[in-house]
Design a protein around this ligand. Structure first.
Ligand code: GLU
Ligand code: MG
Length: 452
């Protein structure tokens, strides 16, 4: 057995682990797992856990294909403290002994390797917003806290207090895992919360986002609630972002490569950081297909204000300083926050695509221009047009069309036996869009029924 397995076994023995969840996610970020008793740890670590891939989700398999084999990464070991005796390990997917090119975790690893070969470590911090809801006896979804109804509920101390149990349990667990939870708040929509943990290398943070969502869903459900990370669950309320903060670090020296206190633009960023930003801006429309990957994602973005007065989500392809109306916000600390990323994003794919776009910017020494200092929710559309400011894609289909034409992301997300992963991704997402489009909505009936 490898050193990793030995360390895993001794940790598990110390923690009195009885069962392991061998977990991986499909293209949509759905966590799939098999429950493996601790007695079978050697079998799990030497042979992995087998799955019928077609049944699991969008992961490139037909019913005729051989098993997906989920091979645990011991470094991802995390206890599930709400269930004594259970630990979770995130897995890389293999088929017939070879890495499976549809495995989102492996796709991220592949791009991280490219970065590493150039001396870069990619660090990411994520802010996973979510709602806490409940079902009424008639089956309707409502805000779990029935008195959480302020027009400006953000940072409402009383509403946060009413969810104290849930929020502090999540916080204590995160600290138990060593994730360094540093803030928890009531967000801008009724029933919406955010709990922040410290940035780490991209793979670690992506594993944590998967675990965080799984944990929040589980704890909410045990308390009789439903958690949702869906980008825009309610038309009249702010949506769920998954803001991602990116930075590159020097692999050899550990130096932060995005920091420069002498930055003439005044954002404290280095030339490398500006090229990375240039890459994110140049690839923004295609990136959105991966960072905002659902039909619903495009209802979150834009300038149209919900009840609280602002969406806090971007409408345009811009960057700026500490200004939340920008797609890319630089609020200090040598990192850049991408706000065009939402709760539906698969964190592995989103990070892989962002890193590839940023590296391309560095290669081309892309120039992002001067930071935008406007309130973009109020800048008149004529002025937006005059300055040539691009809009983010209005629908998933627009974003997918941009993605399929993007050679940098095409190459970065890799090849499968049947072609490029991007084409597989696009075909699944196109189907998702068209299935949604085929359904006649209430809004259409309201508009058209007696109009003609
Ligand atoms: N909920 C907003 C979004 O969808 C973000 C609010 C914030 O700035 O934290 O991006
Ligand atoms: Mg937030």
């Amino acid at each position: 057995m490898s050193q990793g397995t030995d360390e895993l076994r001794s940790k598990a023995e110390k923690d009195k682990v009885e069962f392991f969840f061998a977990m991986f996610v499909d293209m949509h970020g759905k966590p799939c797992a098999k429950l493996v008793p601790a007695e079978a740890l050697d079998v799990l670590m030497s042979g992995g856990a087998g799955f019928a891939g077609f049944a699991a989700g969008a992961i490139g398999q037909s019913p005729a294909d051989p098993d997906l084999v989920a091979v645990p990464d011991p470094a991802s070991y995390t206890l599930a403290p709400w269930q004594p005796g259970l630990a979770v390990v995130q897995c890389d997917v293999h088929v017939e002994g070879a890495p499976w090119p549809y495995s989102p975790r492996l796709i991220l690893k592949q791009v991280l390797e490219v970065a590493k070969s150039r001396g870069f470590v990619y660090q990411v911090g994520c802010e996973a917003e979510y709602f806490l809801l409940r079902r009424t006896p008639e089956g309707r979804l409502v805000i779990a806290d029935e008195v959480d109804s302020l027009e400006l509920p953000c940072y409402d101390a009383k509403a946060l207090t009413r969810m104290y149990n849930h929020v502090t349990t999540v916080s204590k667990y995160m600290n138990q895992f060593g994730w360094a939870n540093y803030a928890n708040d009531h967000e801008d929509a009724n029933g919406q919360f955010e709990q922040n943990f410290r940035h780490a290398d991209a793979l670690t943070t992506a594993d944590r986002v998967v675990f965080f969502r799984y944990m929040v869903h589980t704890l909410a459900q045990q308390a009789g609630m439903t958690a949702t990370f869906m980008p825009k669950p309610f038309t009249h309320l702010t949506g769920n972002g998954l803001h991602m903060h990116s930075s590159l670090w020097d692999e050899a020296t550990g130096a932060e490569l995005f920091v420069d206190s002498a930055d003439p633009r005044g954002l404290g960023l280095s030339e490398t950081a500006y090229h990375f930003i240039g890459g994110l801006l140049d690839h923004a429309s295609s990136l959105a297909a991966i960072t905002c990957p659902s039909v619903n994602s495009y209802k979150r973005m834009g300038v149209g204000a919900p009840l609280s007065g602002a969406t806090w989500a971007p409408a345009y392809v811009t960057y700026g300083g500490n200004n939340r109306t920008q797609m890319l916000r630089v609020s200090g600390g040598g990192s850049v926050e991408n706000r065009a990323c939402d709760g539906a994003a698969n964190p592995y794919l989103a990070m892989a695509a962002q890193l590839a776009a940023g590296l391309d910017g560095i290669d081309r020494r892309a120039d992002p221009g001067e930071p935008n200092r406007d309130n973009l929710y109020e800048l008149p559309s004529e002025e937006i047009a005059r300055r040539g400011i691009r809009s983010l894609p209005p629908t998933l289909l627009h974003a997918i069309e941009a993605l399929t034409g993007n050679d940098i992301l095409r190459q970065a997300l890799g090849k499968t036996a049947d072609g490029d992963y991007i084409d597989y991704y696009a075909s699944v997402k196109r189907r998702e869009f068209l299935a949604w489009h085929a359904v006649v909505s209430e809004a259409e009936v309201d508009r058209y029924l007696t109009l003609f």
